[in-house]
Design a binder for this molecule. Structure first.
Ligand SMILES: NC(=O)c1ccc[n+]([C@@H]2O[C@H](COP(=O)([O-])OP(=O)(O)OC[C@H]3O[C@@H](n4cnc5c(N)ncnc54)[C@H](O)[C@@H]3O)[C@@H](O)[C@H]2O)c1
Length: 263
């Protein structure tokens, strides 16, 4: 139980990957701070976790794009827990299907505010306290950013133009944070999922298949991903086995990005 006595904060924890990660971290002994803008989603995740594990959970409704709300979340977190070992920047939106140049200003403002400024707000609100967590020697804390294959050079999706650019920015921030926080024994990595069955795709495999066919994209391991697999990868990054991994973007996509040659 390598997360025993450690707190994991997950943004966007009311649905999809966030919900699965909450369960997976609790299974390793973590206490949880669950954040989302969707209160009923948060309650659903809490109930799901408590059905299986007896862990301490704080729910915080806050918009990650709003730094005041995020700072308030940090305050509440440290009123309840004495540490945040794991910070998972998972909240994100796709903003709809537009090419980069056809998206409206309100779309790119919103997508960048949640997908890029959000993780920056959250990391800024927590990193100082994470740096001082020497009790967890040799690693004081870990940050995991949930990016996307759309943010990688092989995976840019023209119809998710703004989303692709926002996730590329998050991958860049992952490296920058890793450089800045490495000397304080904090690791920072990104996970880039390909296509997974979550509410972002209405949990609809048909919709995903159509989407892949339109783009002539093949997944060599011919399966649509299951959200638990991303949660398992996050558990690996959170584990001591991954203590020497930082600044990396781990792609989990069944080989999709190696098979894309026509964009
Ligand atoms: N599902 C996929 O195939 C896939 C692939 C690649 C990357 N991703 C990324 O994984 C992450 C999670 O996606 P998911 O598929 O679980 O989607 P999801 O829609 O099921 O979950 C996202 C959660 O984020 C919350 N959220 C949205 N805006 C927020 C805000 N401003 N502040 C706080 N919470 C907010 C939503 O309410 C929702 O509960 C996202 O960053 C997404 O871009 C998903």
């Amino acid at each position: 139980m390598f997360l025993e006595g450690k707190t994991a904060l997950i943004t966007g924890a009311g649905s999809g990957f966030g919900q699965k990660m909450a369960v997976a971290f609790a299974a390793k002994g973590a206490n949880l701070v669950l954040n989302d803008i969707n209160e009923s989603g948060l309650e659903e995740t809490r109930d799901l976790v408590l059905k299986q594990f007896n862990t301490q959970i704080l729910l915080v409704k806050a918009d990650v794009s709003n730094s005041e709300e995020v700072n308030e979340m940090a305050k509440k977190t440290f009123e309840t827990f004495d540490n945040v070992f794991l910070l998972v920047n998972n909240a994100g939106i796709d903003g709809g299907l537009y090419t980069a140049l056809k998206a409206k200003e309100e779309v790119y403002d919103k997508v960048f505010a949640i997908n890029v400024k959000g993780p920056l707000n959250v990391t800024k609100a927590f990193f100082r306290r994470m740096k001082r967590q020497k009790q967890f020697h040799p690693i004081s804390g870990k940050i995991i950013n949930i990016a996307s294959t759309a943010g990688t050079p092989n995976g840019h999706n023209p119809m998710l133009g703004i989303y692709s650019a926002s996730k590329a920015a998050l991958i860049a921030f992952t490296r920058l944070f890793a450089l800045e926080l490495g000397p304080s024994n904090i690791t920072v990595n990104a996970i880039s999922p390909g296509v997974f069955l979550t509410p972002i795709y209405n949990n609809d495999p048909k919709l995903i298949r159509q989407f892949l066919e339109t783009r002539k994209v093949k997944i060599p391991i011919d399966k649509i991903g299951e959200a638990e697999w991303v949660a398992d990868l996050a558990v690996f990054l959170a584990s001591p086995t991954a203590d020497y991994i930082t600044g990396q973007n781990l792609i989990i996509d069944g080989g999709m990005t190696i098979s894309i040659n026509k964009l």
